[in-house]
Design a protein around this ligand. Structure first.
Ligand SMILES: Cc1cc2nc3c(=O)[nH]c(=O)nc-3n(C[C@H](O)[C@H](O)[C@H](O)COP(=O)(O)OP(=O)(O)OC[C@H]3O[C@@H](n4cnc5c(N)ncnc54)[C@H](O)[C@@H]3O)c2cc1C
Length: 216
């Protein structure tokens, strides 16, 4: 996939100059985000549920308990909408109306299907684990049969998608620029702190190299 077609469903109407439809931009945001929110409509009631995701090519992977309402709903073939946002800054404008945030967000649409094959489930769990914690799969106990059985894996081919981004400083009304109110941007950076050992470690075990200085 190189770019997603603009359709009535994904075309950004409000501030379309902030939109991007190319897969490279969309996937970069999706891959950097640690979590997403999945939206479903059930009996005329929308639900939006946060969860972990991974991307494999043009496919999104989700997982959870077999008892999960969200996953059962997706399993039944209902369409879903997935979104995630990276916050880059608080935009402080001279006019309250123009306060804003710098961000990179994506919205995806698709229909999920369940992966039943044990090897496919295993591979999906590997992808989900390695995306969040690269190096961990080979340095922990792997899921057993019971755990695999208790886990539903959803694979959603990404049918349609959009990115929307805001960058830069405040955009104030012309007459407000020569006033004494400070204006600008407070940048936001996601920071991971030093790993804290589980007090239940049965002996002193050094923090693995792949977890030290964790960053995204
Ligand atoms: C951190 C953050 C804060 C925001 N705060 C506000 C706010 O306070 N008020 C406000 O009105 N808007 C805010 N927005 C923008 C908001 O996400 C919508 O883009 C905007 O409200 C227009 O909504 P709409 O339904 O009219 O979009 P439309 O342009 O009609 O949406 C059409 C299609 O465009 C795509 N799309 C729309 N918005 C996004 C998006 N953000 N990311 C990716 N694809 C998108 C979707 O595919 C959607 O189906 C914020 C966005 C972010 C990320």
């Amino acid at each position: 996939m190189t770019a997603f077609a603009k359709t009535p469903r994904n075309r950004v109407k409000r501030l379309p100059e902030r939109a991007a439809y190319d897969a490279e931009t969309i996937y970069k945001i999706l891959d950097e985000a640690l979590i997403c929110h999945v939206g479903i409509a059930q009996d005329n009631q929308p639900f939006v549920i946060p969860t972990i995701h991974a991307r494999r090519g043009d496919t999104l992977l989700l997982h959870g308990a077999t008892t999960s309402r969200l996953l059962k709903h997706i399993q039944a073939g209902n369409p879903i909408c997935v979104t995630t946002t990276l916050l880059d800054g608080l935009v402080v404008a001279r006019g309250i109306f123009h306060n804003s945030m710098n961000y990179r967000s994506v919205v995806l649409f698709g229909v999920g299907r369940v992966l039943d094959d044990p090897q496919a489930k295993y591979d999906a769990l590997l992808a989900l684990t390695e995306r969040v914690m690269p190096g961990r799969w080979d340095d922990a106990r792997l899921p057993n049969k019971k755990e695999l059985k208790a886990t539903t894996i959803i694979e959603m081919p990404i049918e349609s998608a959009t990115a929307k981004m805001r960058v830069g400083g405040p955009k104030d009304d012309a007459e407000d620029y020569e006033k004494d109110w400070w204006a600008g941007v407070i940048p936001i950076e996601q920071k991971f702190l030093a790993p804290q050992p589980d007090p239940k470690l049965y002996k002193e075990i050094p923090v693995p190299r792949y977890l030290k200085n964790y960053t995204r």
